[in-house]
Design a protein around this ligand. Sequence first.
Ligand code: DCP
Ligand code: CA
Ligand code: CA
Length: 368
Amino acid sequence: MQIRVVMLADFDYFFAQCEELRTPAIKDKPVVVGVYSGRTEESGAVSTSNYIARKYGVKSGMPLFLAKRKLDGTDAVFFKVDHEYYDQISDRIMQIFRGYASNLEQVSVDEAYLDVTDQVEGSFDNAKDYAQKIKADIKLQVGISFTIGVGPNKLIAKIACDNQKPDGLTIVKPQEAKTFLEPLDVDRLLGIGKKTSIKMTELGIKTIGDLAKYGCPRLVEIFGKALGIYFHNAANAIDNEPVQEQGEAESISKIGTLKQDTHDLEFILHKTDELTEFVYKEVTERGLSFKLVSIYAVNVDLSSKSRSITLEQPAKDKETIRRNVRGLFERFLAESALAVRRVGVRVSGFSKDESRQKQLTSFFQGTT
Ligand code: DCP
Ligand code: CA
Ligand code: CA
């Protein structure tokens, strides 16, 4: 399998940071966001708090009265959760992420995986600059800080992200992945909760390194085939799960570097035609129809932009991709004076190609 560069972005003290954004004057005070159960004025639990409040021992899930007690004598401010507002901010950030990644997988309101392999040309050194650029862009556009973990797969990206917070950036290169995991407690792996971790301690497995050395056949014997193999692979830093939009099928895209920086439409279309060939081939092989055609451009100053168009009808032919890519680039170049360095073509919004299914059905009918 080709080397991948996967990022996990996790927004810092998210609900509380959203409140700070709305009311900047509270930034230097302890900020607590809570769910009030309504039984009494005080009853309810802490959703999250800013890092100042955390210094006083406030934690997510803690009863509010306890948080209040810990913050006694400070100028702490308390808020009721406002999911609608947090969702809006989250949506804006996710939308910006989409312009930076070939694939985006949102896992929760404040977390998303980005597959940026193409954008950084498979290089973990480029990934560092790229991550900093994304962070700076969103800080500027939205005003929210977050932490990024970068690794060769989702598993490593996630654990790397937990390494240093807030406003952190941890990069784990493929060759460092196993050593990075080795000293960590096994329960840092997804799927190892209290019960499993007790069981592992009994087996003499304390760290991920211990688990990596434990034989795969023994693990299968103890935990069953699926789990045993998963534990063995995870401990050895192996994870082939793709970064994939949840709910809908992922997109198919291809990005390439132009022979020279240019603002010339025909020169760019010459390249995108090549990329379209690749995308079209993949779409056909998988029997998909698409409803969304997008372009992606990285300018000489390394800023990047994407533009999309939703088709009236699902399509599956090459000409539709070509025509829309041309239209999108025409408009894009008219709006931007910068020369372009890299370009991309993407289709998404898939449905299964029904005519092909019919063909298959009639094929089966014909043979019986
Ligand atoms: N949340 C909640 N109740 C919990 C945990 C979390 O309501 N017990 C909400 C509030 C958080 C959001 O989910 O802002 C994201 O959770 P995280 O675990 O990512 O925590 P934070 O973003 O608050 O902090 P961190 O900076 O540690 O990521
Ligand atoms: Ca989170
Ligand atoms: Ca978070």
